[in-house]
Design a protein around this ligand. Structure first.
Ligand SMILES: Nc1ncnc2c1ncn2[C@@H]1O[C@H](COP(=O)(O)OP(=O)(O)OP(=O)(O)O)[C@@H](O)[C@H]1O
Length: 332
């Protein structure tokens, strides 16, 4: 398979949850009309503030929840049409790394049991082969073999996340969905875990969907970055291009909050004020318009389509020439 073949392809994906209050009121539009590919052997970073729908997309991609509408194609298979056996295989082929390494590891199981559980469920190998696999994945996350007989509470946060990564690797997945794998960790540990994931991704040629709420976290791991806001894609671009020439006012605002040695980034600072609106009652037209420094009346009227503004670089915004507009601040 070539590098550019999408291993995962999602199109027009939406997820609506029932109304929170006693089944009455509007549905929660957690994800709305999201399409993207994750090419074989590449890392796609999915970034947005809390409540933007990142986890919901990650869970749909990993086959943990079903979409309300839209399609998810994995390695050519329309996952909604997968047979029982194909679905069971998908749960091995796509592995999930959870945000919270404290909550996601059972306190009653040894690390050995945690690492072999997936192999047991998938009925892969003999007991000895599973134990050997557990030993080798532990080594690949730089933990010693004696960890196998210990319990999660005996490890630090960073070590527990290494165990979470080892658990995901035990099934030799083709795809990893990493849901904010470093946001619960101390800043000093975050870079170590990101570096480890990058190293493993390259060595094992893994395809990865990497979720983060902070653009800085995915800068060194993602090939492509997708910026989400209130369940919709605002901008999608090759990583280098997104950081050097962001085209959407929301991306620019997010980048402004990242400390940067780059003077052009500092000069174009745009501070985001106000809270993200409720996905049960999103603004009409462009969902970002209520916090956008360059919104105009027309933004309330239409949902801006994702349009290609440079090769492979898409933005959902009707405004052009942001440089001129944003230097002046709010233009109405
Ligand atoms: N099971 C559910 N029932 C109702 N609403 C839900 C459910 N799961 C998520 N939501 C809502 O959907 C929206 C998107 O949630 P999601 O967890 O996907 O966002 P997120 O970007 O991952 O946020 P965070 O960074 O806080 O995890 C939120 O408003 C959330 O409250």
């Amino acid at each position: 398979m070539t590098v550019n073949t999408p291993l995962l392809s999602v199109s027009a994906l939406s997820k609506h949850f029932p109304p929170v209050a006693f089944g009455r009121g509007p549905v929660v539009r957690a994800v709305e009309d999201v399409s993207f590919d994750v090419p074989h052997g590449q890392v796609v970073g999915l970034v947005g503030e809390s409540g933007s729908g990142k986890t919901t997309i990650a869970r749909m991609a990993a086959q943990l929840v079903a979409p309300t509408s839209g399609r998810i194609i994995f390695d050519g298979l329309d996952t909604a049409r997968a047979s029982r056996a194909e679905r069971r295989r998908l749960h091995a082929r796509i592995q999930y790394i959870f945000q919270d390494p404290f909550a996601s590891l059972s306190p009653r199981m040894t690390i050995g049991q945690i690492l072999t559980e997936g192999l047991d469920i998938q009925r892969i190998g003999t007991a000895n082969e599973r134990r050997e696999k557990a030993r080798s994945v532990l080594a690949s996350v730089d933990l010693p073999p004696d960890a196998l007989d210990r319990y999660a509470h005996e490890f630090s946060g960073g070590q527990r996340q290494r165990i979470g990564i080892a658990r995901a690797l035990a099934l030799e997945p083709e795809m990893i969905v990493a849901d904010e794998p470093v946001s619960a960790l101390d800043v000093s540990i975050q870079a170590q875990i990101i570096n480890l994931l990058r190293e493993l991704q390259i060595r094992l040629n893994l395809t990865m969907l990497f979720i983060a709420h902070d653009l800085a976290v995915v800068e060194y791991i993602a090939d492509t970055v997708i910026v989400l806001y209130l369940g919709r894609i605002m901008e999608k671009a090759p990583a280098r291009q997104l950081y050097s020439a962001p085209q959407h006012p929301y991306t620019r605002a997010l980048l402004s909050s990242v400390p940067s040695p780059d003077p052009t980034r500092r000069a174009n600072r745009q501070i985001l004020t106000g809270d993200i609106p409720s996905p049960a009652n999103p603004p009409s037209g462009c969902v970002f318009r209520t916090r956008c420094p360059v919104a105009i009346d027309a933004c309330a009227g239409i949902v801006p389509p994702l349009r290609e503004v440079a090769p492979g670089h898409f933005k959902a915004c009707i405004r052009d020439d942001l440089d001129g507009l944003m230097v002046q601040g709010a233009v109405r």
